[in-house]
Design a protein around this ligand. Structure first.
Ligand code: NAD
Ligand code: SER
Length: 316
């Protein structure tokens, strides 16, 4: 990978991936793009393009202009928002992916696209979810993710496109707020605690889900894309996780640092039914074995880091 294009760079992952990839590959070699205008220091440190990734000509133009050899496809509509507008979820999730894969086929690029715990459903074994198992999701988001995994493997096997992917759990971060997912509560709870506000949790207290801190997610992306292809038995997509907890457990962990913090429950039925259909915890041993995935943060160390950063920010 020498010249990289990020599609959907304006979101929770893209805002931090842009910075990391530019540090690693050079500012001029990483082009960030989104449907919406990208502003601020992170983006303006290198090339920016306005790309609607449902329009293949816009992706092709950028790939030709910058001689791109790897595309990071982050454009999607997250689970809870997609459930409110299923056609939008399908059109963006699948439109962007097929356009990236087709561009990659024509111009010999590698492609990274995140899949998700949303690619599983209620008939999947929810404890220790295996790498290869039943995938019958009940959400449009999940349908796009399973389709995306199949399409990516198809482009690899049929055309030799170097497509790689991980099934991310809920991602927790402190740069850009999440964009309408079921796991967003696990980010928002830290913002509320750091601001000294009460938090209303949209999931019930015992809903257990896989999660990961953003630095581990970014390292996973880079390590998978740099992995020796001969060692990859799987490709689209690898289970990866770093921790799993319930709202009750994350609240208890935050209370150790913010004893006055108050959380109440007001269950959102859409988010709750999505969360109930997702794994309690995934088995990510294939990612560990095939390309050395090894997250560093657990709930305790992530909580210290999140609260330190956010409290400092909100104290200003
Ligand atoms: P996000 O919603 O924060 O960002 C998505 C970005 O895509 C936004 O900046 C949006 O403007 C852009 N976008 C939407 N439609 C577009 C279009 N037509 N053309 C170009 N850009 C468009 O999402 P995210 O959290 O950064 O997630 C990125 C990817 O990772 C998605 O595929 C998502 O499903 C996956 N993922 C995220 C998480 C998580 O917890 N954040 C977990 C699992 C998987
Ligand atoms: N964080 C994402 C969501 O909740 C998981 O894919 O939609």
């Amino acid at each position: 990978m020498k010249r990289l294009l990020i599609v959907g760079a304006g979101g929770q992952i893209g805002s931090e991936l842009t910075k990391l990839l530019r540090q690693k590959y050079g500012n001029e070699n990483v082009v960030c793009s989104d449907l919406r205008p990208l502003k601020g220091e992170i983006y303006e440190s290198g090339p920016i393009e306005r790309i609607d990734s449902t329009q293949i000509t816009q992706i092709i133009e950028a790939v030709k202009k910058y001689d791109i050899d790897a595309i990071f496809n982050l454009a999607a509509i997250l689970s809870a928002t997609a459930e409110l507008n299923p056609m939008l979820g399908w059109n963006v999730g699948i439109g962007s992916l097929v356009n990236c894969l087709e561009t990659a086929r024509l111009f010999n690029c590698a492609v990274f696209t995140p899949s998700s715990i949303g690619a599983f459903g209620p008939s999947t074994p929810l404890d220790g979810t295996p790498q290869d198992t039943i995938q019958r999701p009940g959400t449009i988001y999940g349908v796009t993710k399973v389709t995306g995994e199949l399409l990516s493997d198809y482009y690899f096997k049929r055309f030799g496109v170097d497509a790689r992917s991980v099934r991310f759990p809920g991602l927790i971060s402190n740069v850009t707020l999440p964009g309408g997912g079921t796991t967003d509560y696990a980010v928002e709870i830290y913002y509320a605690a750091a601001k000294g506000e009460k938090f209303i949790c949209p999931l019930n207290e015992n809903t257990q889900l896989d999660m990961m801190y953003m630095p581990d997610a970014l390292n996973a992306i880079v390590n998978l894309m740099e992995a020796d292809p001969k060692k990859l038995v799987h490709r689209n997509s690898f289970n990866v996780t770093a921790m799993h907890f319930t709202p009750k457990e994350i609240y208890a962990e935050i209370k150790k640092h913010c004893p006055d913090f108050v959380m109440e429950y007001k269950v959102d039925p859409i988010k709750q039914s999505i969360a109930d259909s997702w794994p309690n915890w995934m088995d990510d041993s294939c990612a560990r074995k095939e390309w050395g995935f090894k997250p560093e943060f657990d709930l305790a160390s992530m909580t210290v880091d999140m609260l330190t950063i956010l409290k400092k920010r909100f104290a200003k």
